[in-house]
Design a protein around this ligand. Structure first.
Ligand code: AMP
Length: 279
């Protein structure tokens, strides 16, 4: 597996593969890889001749410098896992490589509408940070296919829209959310949960499942369903940011006849968890 930090070196390798007619799939990450990430690599591996991944903790998408500083960095271990998953190249840029003149005067890409609510509302600037870095990485890696996790549902839908709106010639594939044995969605942040918090954390998906089940059984009173779920989660020890039943494509409030997704974000102490379920 090639380990590349320099942008020119990356471009040269991509050019060589393109000249050989190789197709390229891409899985961008912030590292600290777990089975969720690895499942995306597996999907990507099957789709193309060359598999590229990146590890970059993108400062532009963090709302607090504390959170950024604390973000777990395990590059050596990650590279081993990438190699085991037959990754051909891992791109490991530094902040200077991607933001040589700093972030303040950077061109940023904001995807409208779909980013207004949920994460867009509770983490101002976060989604713009994500769309901007993903577009930069797309321009450097020039993949035919890119794979994202449904775990970050709004992020995935936003990237799909960006690709469509900006005519990027990249196929976006979504991988299902990989969960721990208690069904808690895998996340780099789970390691901060103590045993008691871990038990409570699993309740987030249980509530999503219960509401999804109720809707499948014909319940149409969405506002009372979400109010009950929020009450139960708050009673369990969460502080709920949102728990919303939405249209799968627009992420606007959904109606019973729509393709639906329930999106939730809640904090346990200072650990913020997000999860969702499609109906
Ligand atoms: P991150 O390293 O958090 O930026 O995530 C990199 C990619 O992995 C994103 O596309 C995430 O949606 C995806 N991902 C994170 N957690 C999971 C999970 N539990 N299951 C599937 N994909 C995930």
């Amino acid at each position: 597996m090639l380990q590349v930090q320099n942008n020119n070196e990356l471009r040269a390798q991509i050019r060589e593969w393109k000249a050989q007619g190789k197709s390229i799939s891409f899985v961008p990450t912030m590292g600290n890889l777990h089975d969720g990430h690895l499942s995306l690599l597996q999907i990507a591996r099957e789709q193309s001749d060359k598999l590229v991944s990146s590890i970059f903790v993108n400062p532009m998408q963090f709302d607090s410098s504390e959170d950024l500083k604390k973000y777990p960095r395990t590059v050596e271990q990650d590279c081993k896992a990438l190699m085991e998953h037959h990754c051909d190249l891992v791109y490991l840029p530094t902040i200077k490589d991607l933001y040589p003149s700093g972030m303040e005067h950077m061109t940023a890409v904001t995807v409208p509408d779909i980013t207004l609510n949920q994460e867009g509302k509770y983490r101002p600037g976060h989604l713009t940070g994500v769309s901007t870095i993903v577009l930069k990485l797309f321009n450097l890696v020039q993949p035919d296919i890119a794979v994202f996790g449904k775990k970050d549902y709004q992020q995935w839908r936003m990237i799909e829209k960006m690709v469509q709106d900006l005519n990027l010639n990249i196929q976006i594939i979504a991988g299902e959310t990989i969960r721990e044995t208690d069904r808690l969605a895998m996340s780099s942040r789970n390691q901060y949960l103590d045993d008691r918090q871990h038990i409570i954390a699993a309740e987030l998906y249980q509530q999503l499942k219960q509401v999804a089940q109720a809707i499948r059984h014909g319940k149409q009173s969405f506002s009372s369903l979400t109010a009950q779920a929020i009450e139960s989660l708050n009673a369990a020890g969460f502080s709920v940011d949102y728990f919303e039943i939405c249209h799968q494509l627009t992420l606007q409030p959904g109606s019973p006849q729509d393709p639906l997704v329930i999106l939730a974000a809640a904090r346990l102490g200072n650990i913020r968890l997000i999860d969702n379920i499609e109906i």
